[in-house]
Design a protein around this ligand. Structure first.
Ligand code: 2AM
Ligand code: CA
Ligand code: CA
Ligand code: CA
Length: 262
């Protein structure tokens, strides 16, 4: 397989930020932690990883824009291209010593996500895709699952933390979905949830109240793996709404009818 120069830049940046995060993860008890909002933690590790990503990505492509969760926002000379970055998706897991977190890097071109990388350094799994080029995990092509029966399928979501207002809706989703499927998982990294749908590990995923950096890379990875991904509100926009639903092609209709109560 040969990847574009941009995807190689993204993978190199993800590996470099990954080394920094793994080092901090080994001594996580010494990290300074602060809260950005109720239940929304940030540590020195998040900020260090964002700085590495900014240096690598902006160093290689100085004219592109940049949007990062930890405050980096750069309007590029080239208004059509922008990096959208979550330096550490799953901070709560990270801070609890749970090895389930990732770096998410997307490249947006004219409002569309054209390349995505989601890297899980603890498991050394790099999920990546480019528009029209398929989706990969390390050196293997990945595809959304082939399951066709709801009762055999499993779904991932995020449970609203820290008093998020979408709790009643999510509980309703669960009460309607759980009786008709094989299970729902909640691991705390939206980026990895989407990567796992692309890899056929989960059959679908949905979540409300996310941000552009949680979802951007996952969009192209799920699509290139043959999965269907849409804004939860069919008239909306995934990246700006931050509300997403995805699944394999065979199950998308049934699953989305339950979640959208259509
Ligand atoms: P973050 O770790 O980058 O902040 C899952 O529900 C998503 O919500 C994650 O992608 C996570 O991204 C974000 N999130 C923020 N605070 C959280 C918390 N206290 N618990 C779980 N997820 C949280
Ligand atoms: Ca956060
Ligand atoms: Ca995130
Ligand atoms: Ca983050």
């Amino acid at each position: 397989m040969t990847f574009s120069a941009n995807l190689n830049i993204m993978m190199k940046a993800a590996r470099k930020a990954g080394r920094s995060l793994v080092k901090d993860f080994r001594e996580v008890e010494n990290l300074q932690v602060s809260m950005k909002g109720a239940g929304d933690f940030v540590s020195r590790a998040d900020v260090a990883a964002e700085n590495i990503l900014k240096e690598e990505l902006m160093g290689a492509r100085p004219t592109y824009g940049f949007l990062g969760e930890e405050g980096t926002s750069i309007a590029g000379e080239d208004p059509t291209r922008r990096w959208i970055v979550d330096p550490l998706d799953g901070t709560t897991n990270f801070l609890h010593g749970l090895p389930h977190w990732a770096i998410s890097i997307a490249l947006e071109h004219k409002g569309q996500i054209v390349s995505g990388v989601i890297y899980d350094p603890a498991k050394d799994e790099m999920f990546m895709a480019e528009k029209g080029e398929g989706a990969w995990m390390n050196d293997m092509r990945i595809r959304a699952s082939g399951r066709t029966r709801m009762i055999e399928s499993i779904y991932a979501t995020g449970l609203p933390f820290g008093g998020r207002a979408d709790l009643p809706e999510t509980l309703k989703d669960l009460s309607q979905l759980l009786p008709v499927c094989a299970g729902v998982r909640r691991w705390g990294s939206a980026a990895l949830d989407m990567a796992y749908v692309a890899a056929g590990r989960y059959d679908g995923f949905w979540e409300r109240r996310l941000n552009a950096w949680d979802i951007a890379a996952g969009i192209v990875i799920v699509r290139e793996a043959g999965g269907l991904i849409q804004p939860l509100n069919p008239e909306g926009d995934i990246v700006s709404d931050g509300e997403v639903i995805c699944a394999n092609e065979a199950l998308f209709d049934k699953f989305s009818k339950i979640i959208r109560r259509a």
